[in-house]
Design a protein around this ligand. Structure first.
Ligand code: GTP
Length: 611
């Protein structure tokens, strides 16, 4: 779905905008600046910090219309949306323009919300409208009809727009088939879309012969980890270029995958995610006076000589330095205080040995405490768990993704799916966000991309039942559909919800109770402040409080998303783990499907101890 739509003057004055997902830094200004300094073709999207911006200008009125969406999504309707919004906006406000400037109209008096929503609704549902002629009437088409009926007084506009959409679609209809990703008993399995259609095969052959002409830069393997065949299995270039990726993507490989963050295929043929490595900070060295332990802490301890037994008084100052250090690493303040107190307890009564520096006692004490906090109480080996459930219980393994709005649940679910697909699992994605408009379609786009990137294209489907329905029931239906149709894993996408919204938290507890997923993963943003700690605690508590039968099920693990936005401060991992005593299973490090990493306890500890 869209993150943002803006209408601005070509001079950069924002006239009207609509925000769908809040963004950390609005990329519209950089685009406008870019357009002023180096005009470029409207056909070529502008990529800025993980966002893709498409636009159209009206030179006659000096306007620019801009869509912003995450670059991982390849939305087909952006051009149509832009052109229709431009047409409608100019129709409505052209009398207020003179010499490309507004006359007697202030931006805050522009009322364009209703018109925009009508256009967006129609364009977003374009593929469903196109299916009108087919025997099966999709549910959303009925919605479109109902919606139209309610729009008294605007029928003419809607008719015009619909005709325009249809006209444009008939031109591209042979290329777009994006409404057919959904599965479920409602459709017979024979009706499920075959992604290896004749057209794509033809494209594949064409791309293959083009590939032979173009010498590509392949990933360079710097060790013996993978065999030639295994490397071939990880070379997605051919798959992507021969895929059915939607139009408008001039560099699909770069958009969907980051070769730098690819995992490795190990000797057993398992595609392992890359590990998070802190390359930015210096290695800790307690013996090094320049390091924070040897330096600032050492200063407080330099008077303590050999044979002395450490007391609380000796340790107060150094321990407060440890707390400050942890806070600079993004550990929540109260947790930094608790951990440093724990280090203090570890050290009280320790005897300083012969040639030993006191500061060198601190490093192992901290290492021990941090390792204790980070050591998981539940399994982190998902692949083995999935195999075990498959071979012993003969059923699919289910994972629910939960968290507040916009933290990256669907994106990271898709990255997990990419990893599972590389390991040849068959995955069903259950679209249980029946709340946010566009959530189901967003999963459809991910599935389309994932199919294009996967060794076996038919290994991933979406199970959806549209909007407004009971998500617990949809998840149950999906799991049973997966069981009877041979899927190995069900990934359950849930709606984002605020931790204080009791009805929604009750609904989540119900989903967990009814489905008892094998793993409940909390997706939280890496920039942890008190707010995020509270979110995690409350989600965990709500699962207990609102469970219909007091099952005691709580969150099993954490995905720390948007790690790339916080400059390698691993403290968030410590804070989150400390709060619920469950491990960080994955770290999201960007917006492509390969931007998912695992974290080793020793590297988190190492990183926390670094300068
Ligand atoms: N930089 C960065 N962006 C991310 C990461 N994960 C997700 N995002 C972005 O965060 C935004 C929201 O992601 P979604 O996956 O839609 O979030 P969600 O939690 O499913 O959203 P709701 O369904 O609205 O609750 C998108 O723009 C994503 O591209 C990440 O690891 N790094």
């Amino acid at each position: 779905m869209l993150d943002y739509f803006a209408i601005a003057t070509q001079g950069g004055i924002l006239l009207w905008s609509k925000t769908f997902v809040s963004m950390q830094a609005n990329p519209v200004n950089p685009l406008i600046h870019h357009l002023i300094t180096s005009p470029r073709s409207e056909e070529e999207p502008y990529i800025h910090e993980g966002y893709q911006l498409n636009w159209t200008t009206s030179n006659e009125f000096g306007l620019v219309f801009i869509t912003v969406c995450q670059k991982i999504l390849q939305l087909t309707y952006l051009r149509e949306l832009l052109l229709l919004v431009k047409k409608r906006f100019i129709e409505m406000y052209k009398d207020n323009f003179e010499n490309k400037a507004f006359v007697n109209l202030r931006p805050d008096s522009i009322s364009f919300e209703k018109e925009f929503d009508q256009i967006y609704f129609l364009v977003e549902n374009n593929s469903l409208i196109r299916k009108k002629a087919t025997s099966e009437k999709p549910r959303a088409f009925e919605d479109t009809k109902k919606f139209r009926k309610t729009l008294e007084g605007t029928k003419r506009d809607i008719k015009d727009l619909t005709n325009e959409v249809k006209k444009k679609q008939s031109a591209v209809s042979s290329e777009s088939e994006d409404a057919a990703f959904n599965v479920g008993p409602r459709r017979k399995s024979t009706q499920m879309r075959s992604w290896d259609s004749k057209k794509s095969k033809k494209n594949a052959q064409k791309s293959e012969s083009e590939n032979q002409k173009n010498s590509k830069n392949k990933r360079v393997w710097d060790d013996e980890t993978a065999s030639k065949e295994e490397i071939k299995a990880l070379d997605f270039s051919e798959q992507v270029e021969s895929s059915e990726l939607e139009s408008g993507s001039s560099d699909p490989k770069g958009t969907l995958l980051d070769e730098g963050s690819l995992g490795v295929v190990n000797k057993k043929g398992v595609y392992e995610l890359a590990e998070l490595v802190d390359t930015k900070n210096k290695s800790p060295s307690p013996e090094n006076n320049q390091s924070w332990i040897g330096g600032s802490i050492g200063t407080f301890l330099k008077n303590i000589t050999s044979g002395v037994v450490l007391t609380e008084k000796d340790l107060n100052e150094p321990i407060s330095k440890i707390r400050e250090h942890l806070v600079t690493k993004n550990v929540a303040a109260d947790i930094a205080a608790t951990i440093s107190e724990s280090v203090k307890k570890e050290l009280i009564g320790a005897k300083v040995g012969g040639l030993q520096r006191v500061s060198s006692l601190i490093y192992p004490a901290m290492e021990k405490t941090l390792t204790r906090v980070l050591t998981p109480s539940t399994s982190t080996d998902l692949l083995s768990d999935i195999h075990r459930v498959k071979s012993t219980l003969h059923r699919p393994y289910s994972i629910a993704f939960v968290g507040v709005n916009g933290v990256g649940k669907s994106t990271n679910l898709s990255k997990v799916c990419f990893w599972l697909l590389q390991n040849n699992f068959r995955v069903l994605i259950a679209a249980c966000d029946t709340f946010r408009s566009g959530a189901v379609e967003q999963l459809g786009v991910h599935v389309k991309n994932l199919r294009a990137l996967s060794p076996k294209k038919a290994n991933v489907d979406v199970f959806e039942r549209g909007y407004g329905k009971d998500s617990a029931a949809i998840a149950k239906e999906a799991v049973s559909y997966a069981e009877s149709n041979g899927y190995d894993v069900v990934l359950i996408d849930t709606a984002g919800r605020m931790q204080n919204n009791e009805p929604l938290m009750r609904a989540l507890a119900k989903l967990v109770y009814v489905n008892n997923p094998d793993k409940i993963l909390f997706v939280g943003e890496a920039l942890v402040g008190n707010e995020a700690v509270q979110q995690l605690t409350k989600f965990n508590q709500a699962l207990v409080d609102f469970s219909p039968q007091n099952t005691g099920r709580t969150i099993d693990g954490i995905i720390l998303s948007k790690f790339d936005t916080i400059d390698d401060k691993v403290g968030a991992a410590l804070t989150m783990t400390y709060v619920i005593g469950k491990p960080i299973l994955f770290v999201g490090t960007g917006q492509t499907y390969t931007d998912l990493k695992t974290v080793k306890i020793s590297s988190v500890v190492d990183s926390l101890l670094k300068d």
